[in-house]
Design a protein around this ligand. Structure first.
Ligand code: PLP
Length: 375
């Protein structure tokens, strides 16, 4: 059975060039970057170069990059770090309803600690209303966090406009850019904190960064050997960081164009299936995301059948897919229950081929027909 991986919003295959770069570090550059001897110096060189490559890819200064264990840790550090450091200004923050669990669960934790969180609603495309954002701002508001692109429905938020509003109101703005990094260009100028990770761009898992603009103070969440400007202690994951940098440097803009064309090709095919609905925005959509609902189809059954035939997709996001609750994102965009149940997320990568999409369409179309005939 040939296997087809169309779950690239959950994670991606590591590029061979990345593995090669990481292997060199594992085998040859094993000193602790904090050590004063020659081995430490070699490791420091790799760390400095990697930081420069990643900083350049984002468009920030290399001293604004703090390496972490991934998107989840960066989001935790950003939200807890900023709120804990600004108690004298206030205890209120603003987010929106379709954020990743690594934002939403931190928000409920902060609420348990006595902070207040406003969750902005989204429209049917998954976008917030900027006037509602302005109205939600209070005297004691410290932080606004809005993701760049949604991991389930691919909706791209206007983070430059949001950043401008925050700047005018003197609020700190954080964005979770794990899904959009190197896929959607943005100007980081007015954005105070940015979360990125490596395993969504064909780098290794367990590595990420929080970009913290100079002048932004936050409370560290990890205490120890004072690495990463004393914001995130712990010996740096040098092979991972080097792989992350390699993944950045080999990403090509032409891949975005190719993925967009392939995505549109598959969307057009899927919409030929009767009683089918594309979720999210048509225009403001990630180049590799398709989220589609088949009315009156049990999504779990569909996923299971397809998985048995070698096709890997997702119903909700990978993080919540195992607990069988209806997707908070599809609920937030107001999708009817009989459409929510039959939803699939199909996410492409630079490795995806047209042949794979033809096979995927064929399998999906047959399964939908079969499951509907069982009703
Ligand atoms: C994958 C993802 C995360 C979590 O990142 P990890 O590196 O897996 O911890 C956070 N936010 C978004 C939008 C994501 O897609």
């Amino acid at each position: 059975m040939s296997k087809i991986f169309l779950d690239n919003a959950a994670t991606t295959r590591v590029d061979e060039l990345v593995v090669e770069a990481m292997n060199k570090i594992y085998l040859n550059v094993y000193g602790n970057p904090s050590s004063v001897h020659i081995f430490g110096e070699d490791s420091r060189d790799v760390l400095v170069k990697s930081r420069e490559i990643i900083a350049k890819a984002v468009g920030v200064d290399s001293n604004e990059i703090i390496f972490t264990s991934g998107g989840t840790e960066s989001n935790n550090l950003a939200l807890k770090g900023i709120m804990h450091a600004n108690n004298s200004k206030g205890k209120h923050m603003i987010t929106q309803k379709t954020e990743h669990p690594s934002i939403l669960k931190v928000c409920s934790e902060l609420e348990n600690e006595g902070y207040e969180v406003t969750y902005l609603p989204v429209d049917k495309d998954g976008l917030i209303n900027l006037e509602e954002l302005k109205k939600a701002i209070r005297k004691d508001t410290v932080l606004v966090t809005i993701m760049h692109a949604n991991n389930e429905i691919g909706t791209i938020f206007p983070i430059e406009d949001i950043a401008k509003i925050c700047k005018e109101k003197k609020l700190i703005f954080h964005t979770d850019a794990c899904q959009s990094f190197l896929k959607v260009k943005f100007n980081p100028e007015n954005i105070d904190l940015i979360t990125i990770n490596s395993h969504k761009i064909h780098g290794p898992k367990g590595v990420g960064a929080l970009i913290i603009k100079s002048g932004i103070k936050l409370q560290k969440q990890m205490h120890g050997g004072e690495q990463e400007s004393n914001i995130r202690s712990g010996t740096e994951n040098l092979p991972g960081i080097c792989g992350f940098a390699k993944a950045c440097s080999i990403t090509k803009q032409s891949d975005v164009k190719r993925m967009t064309e392939l995505r549109n090709y598959l969307i057009d095919l899927l919409l030929k299936i009767p009683n089918t609905k594309l979720n999210g925005s048509n225009e403001k959509r990630l180049c590799n995301n398709i989220n589609i609902s088949f009315k009156d189809v049990e999504g779990d059954m569909l996923l299971f059948r397809l998985s048995n035939q070698g096709l890997a997709l997702s119903t909700g996001s990978a993080c919540t897919a195992r607990n069988n609750k209806p997707s908070h994102v599809l609920q937030a965009i107001g999708l009817n229950k009989n459409f929510i149940d039959g939803s699939l997320r199909i996410s492409l990568s630079k490795y995806t081929t047209k042949e794979e999409l033809d096979t995927a369409y064929d399998l999906i179309q047959k399964s939908v027909k079969l499951i509907r005939s069982l009703k």
